[in-house]
Write a protein that binds this ligand. Structure first.
Ligand SMILES: [Zn+2]
Length: 308
């Protein structure tokens, strides 16, 4: 079955300090023609270029929280957009507190940006839909970290239904608008009073997909309520299980905990990342997670994972 594009390119899967060849958090989520940037750790623009991400398609940036390893790439990236004479507005979704320092930094060069930034500031409130298009909606969910932090859920709206041509041929010829109604899942009322039942002449071919970004956070089994049935979950796994106490005290998670949550939530795929620089290899993280949840993958930078 031919699904439209929905995939994530990992730009950075390290945690706060540099090391082990990994970089701070950033991801490019591709959906149809759109590219959403999620977090923007130091050097994100270099890796967008290196991995050939079409960055002129980025119109929304979703920031989880204001720790440096999730935001220090923003001034550089926005400056480059300015130098490229970008004109299209960009929306930045972020916990309150980023706007002032970022605007200050960007103004130190003495020029105003060639494009507008629209700020959507999240202010310790609960879960909330923050953005939507015809095809996708994005929800911000508060996470349990040392400072105000949000996870983001990217959820496709229902795909158009497919017309069953043979079934439809039993009815009078329909116009463009009536066909569109059928694809949207509606019955069609003919002038004659006859009703064409949607369920008879169409079928659902593609399931709506979803992607959840869950970094940084402590483990909570209660998250499974909101993550239930997600197609793909990216969950931080800063530590291995033998450092579970450290994960607790620093408000992070282990690979095992990420896998337990994926299992409880019945997601299809688990991606883990945000690895501490103390680990030269991340294969132990993958092993630990796969013992509980076989469809778990320790992500690698430069790789693209399909949401399916
Ligand atoms: Zn953090």
């Amino acid at each position: 079955m031919n699904y439209p594009k929905f995939e994530v390119t990992i730009l950075g899967c390290g945690s706060a300090t540099p090391g082990a060849g990994r970089h701070p958090s950033a991801q490019a989520l591709h959906h149809f023609q759109d590219v959403f940037l999620i977090d923007c750790g130091e050097g994100t623009q270099d890796r967008l270029k290196e991995f050939d991400v079409k960055w002129n398609r980025i119109n929304q940036i979703f920031i989880s929280h204001l720790h440096g390893d999730h935001i220090f790439g923003l001034p550089g990236l926005l400056s480059t957009f300015h130098l490229n004479r970008r004109e299209r507005k960009i929306q930045i979704f972020s916990p309150t507190g980023l706007r002032g320092p970022l605007e200050f930094l960007l103004q130190t060069g003495g020029e105003s940006l060639s494009f507008e930034i629209e700020w959507v500031e999240l202010n310790h409130e609960g879960s909330k839909k923050v953005w939507e298009s015809d095809r996708l909606e994005v929800e911000a969910i508060p996470l349990d970290h040392r400072i105000s932090t949000y996870g983001y859920i990217f959820k496709e709206k229902e795909h158009p239904r497919s017309i069953l041509v043979e079934e439809l041929s039993r009815f009078p010829k329909l116009n463009h608008l009536q066909l569109r109604s059928l694809k949207l899942g509606l019955d069609v009322h003919l002038e004659s009073g006859e009703i064409i039942p949607n369920a008879v002449v169409t079928e659902k071919k593609l399931e709506a997909r979803s992607y959840a970004y869950w970094s940084d956070t402590r483990y909570h089994s209660e998250y499974s309520t909101i993550l239930s049935g997600m197609t793909a979950l990216y969950h931080e796994a800063t530590f291995l299980d033998n450092l579970k106490d450290k994960a607790q005290s620093t408000y992070h998670s282990t690979a095992k905990e990420a896998a337990e949550l994926a299992k409880l939530s019945h997601v299809k795929t688990l991606l883990i990342g945000h690895f501490s620089s103390r680990y030269a290899s991340i294969m132990d993280h993958q092993k630990e997670a796969q013992q509980i949840f076989p469809q778990a993958f320790a992500v690698e930078e430069g790789k693209t994972y399909v949401v399916l």
